[in-house]
Write a protein that binds this ligand. Structure first.
Ligand SMILES: O=C(O)CCC(=O)C(=O)O
Ligand SMILES: [Fe+2]
Length: 275
């Protein structure tokens, strides 16, 4: 399934990158150059988006196609994306089952009983992105995906064999560790939501993606997060043990809007909920 999914997306990306690039990057091109180089994520939460890349003159389409569950899919207007919709939704369905098991274990390690209601509350929304990063002749001119932590509860990431994903080690030791692709392995990321829920016990890793000059890369993250109208804050059981809450309760929608309102700035996104 994983190989099939990657293959379909690679083929789709290679075929459509040029078509998608100009279609989605129009408004983006009007921004000042510095912002272009810094900003790498769509300001919108769903739809088709692009990441930037460019050397000032020539735009190299660097496409990130975000597919969401049927319910929200209406926002996707480029109909040719429908060709890979089914394969990615099937992949999302399978991988979210496994992610749910991991979330249950992580909750139980916190001393929280993983009732159906809490699970639904914290991973009620599942989304899948299909990232196609074309090879960039001069990777130094592109950002790939800028440094950020994922905002949801947990992310299951499938990557092909090219590599380029880096995770930052401790804040006081700002070193970037390459996460090498391992055949058959998935990368599991804790997101900001789980950091908040666990009152900081689980930490969302800061990560970024660099492109290569010779080969395109495909990755498929499945994000599990609370629905936007949900509120998140440290879980009562954890706060009781810790004696105080390090985060305040926030509306998921507000957290997302704050995250997508600016360029990626590492873990600054968490300041929105920090006490
Ligand atoms: O492409 C990757 O390996 C990771 C992409 C990523 O960090 C994201 O979509 O949040
Ligand atoms: Fe990410």
């Amino acid at each position: 399934m994983a190989e099939g999914t990657l293959g379909r997306i690679r083929e789709f990306g290679a075929r459509n990158a040029r078509k998608l690039g100009p279609a989605v990057s129009g408004p983006f091109l009007k921004r000042p150059k510095m912002v272009k180089l810094e900003e790498t994520f769509p300001p919108r939460f769903h739809g088709v988006s692009r990441s930037e890349t460019g050397n000032g003159k020539r735009l190299l389409p660097h496409v990130s196609v975000h597919l969401l569950p049927d319910r929200l899919y209406v926002n996707l207007t480029l109909s040719f994306i429908l060709h890979i919709r089914d394969v990615s939704l099937e992949y999302m369905r399978l991988s979210s089952k496994m992610a749910r098991d991991i979330v249950e274990i992580l909750l139980s390690k916190l001393g929280v009983e993983a009732h159906e209601s809490i699970i639904e509350r914290i991973i009620g929304l599942k989304t899948v992105n299909m990232n196609y990063y074309p090879a960039c002749p001069n990777p130094e001119l592109t950002v790939g995906v800028g440094r950020h932590s994922d905002i949801g509860t947990i992310t299951v990431l499938l990557q092909d064999g090219i590599g380029g994903l880096y995770v930052k080690l401790e804040d006081d030791n700002p070193q970037w560790l390459h996460i090498p692709p391992i055949p058959g392995a998935l990368v599991i990321n804790i997101g900001d939501t789980l950091q908040i829920l666990s009152n900081g016990k689980y930490k969302s890793p800061e990560h970024r993606v660099k492109t290569t000059s010779s080969q395109s890369r495909v990755s498929v993250p499945v994000f599990l997060l609370p629905i936007p109208t949900e509120k998140i804050g440290p879980l009562a059981e954890v706060v009781k043990k810790d004696g105080l809450a390090h985060y305040k309760e926030v509306l998921v929608k507000d957290y997302m809007n704050n995250f997508f309102a600016s360029v990626h700035l590492g873990k600054k996104s968490l300041d929105f909920a920090r006490i």
